[in-house]
Design a protein around this ligand. Sequence first.
Ligand SMILES: NC(=O)c1ccc[n+]([C@@H]2O[C@H](COP(=O)([O-])OP(=O)(O)OC[C@H]3O[C@@H](n4cnc5c(N)ncnc54)[C@H](O)[C@@H]3O)[C@@H](O)[C@H]2O)c1
Ligand SMILES: [Zn+2]
Ligand SMILES: [Zn+2]
Length: 345
Amino acid sequence: MKALVYTGPGTVEVLERPKPRIQDPTDAVIRVLHASICGTDLHILKGDVPSAKPGLVLGHEGVGIVEDLGSAVHSLEIGDRVLISCMTSCGACRYCQKGIPSHCQTGGWVLGNHADGTQAEYVRVPHATLSLHLLPTSIPSRAAVAVSDAFPTGLECGVLSADVQPGGSVVIIGAGPVGMATLLTARLYTPSLIVMVDIDDARLATARDLGAHATVNSSSPDARQQLMTLSGGLGFDSVIEVVGISATFALCQELVAIGGRIANVGVHGTKVDLHLERLWDRNISIHMSLVNATTTPRLLRLVESGVLDIGSLVTHHFSCNEASKAYETFQAASQHQALKVAIDF
Ligand SMILES: NC(=O)c1ccc[n+]([C@@H]2O[C@H](COP(=O)([O-])OP(=O)(O)OC[C@H]3O[C@@H](n4cnc5c(N)ncnc54)[C@H](O)[C@@H]3O)[C@@H](O)[C@H]2O)c1
Ligand SMILES: [Zn+2]
Ligand SMILES: [Zn+2]
């Protein structure tokens, strides 16, 4: 089969690989229809993820058809069209039982990290019962890849962690695919104000199209003043960081209202300051999490019923042979006005 392989710092190559087979009775083998590229795949290319070694097939997001099933998987049938979750979970270990399957002792972020991933014609998915979701016929395959990771991350690590409430005020810093998914799922909770912040005006325009009440370009010198004015001088009840750099977490700490919540979604690679000297008496809380993807069934029901429109996240798609073009486009996303880039197999 053809697979997109991480072959060393900065390089992805389309290589021939043996088709994966069932190894454990809890496995499934999926024939991939579409797989999307995530910012995390770019971190692998930069060498930031030590567990992902050269020779690995990339990808933890995708949609496909069940090709083969282990003897212990009873929830699916060969031929089913399924969403592949970014998280693999056994359902039985200490952390799965604690409700944080992202830390599953025999799972978690496995695909495209500890094991070959979804950016290939076929992928072996461990713990298939909890790691695959049957896709309703009304949900198109290519758009659905955004529900592998971006939507559950936006909802769980962003909206739910920041306790978005009806009538509350929300600021989302970072208007990438995960920030947009945070915006779309925040709207489900009917806050009275959602402000999106980014440094890319095209992404901010998209955010307004997707329902942000206001946007602020944080590179403008009076950005903080604009944001405080939008919040009526009080700050925001829910402050969501979806970038992953020190400057944006600092901004979160300036924007949180008394009694508010900060939810950190971004992956931080360097030291970040926490200003307890300013925050200790503000009755706030700060939440940080790795996505569990336990909201995926709920998200699929929302899409199926027409309440949640996921169609805007995948903006570009390429054939498997155009893999390097797909990665180049995603790496220069702002130049191409790209959000999520999918590869069709
Ligand atoms: N916690 C989790 O489980 C989890 C899961 C998936 C992704 N993530 C993380 O979420 C973050 C967002 O993911 P994404 O795919 O949307 O990334 P992305 O890189 O596409 O988007 C980040 C956005 O931040 C903007 N930005 C950069 N610097 C900024 C600044 N100084 N001020 C304001 N905006 C700025 C960029 O223009 C971009 O639009 C990443 O850090 C990713 O690793 C976390
Ligand atoms: Zn991802
Ligand atoms: Zn587990």
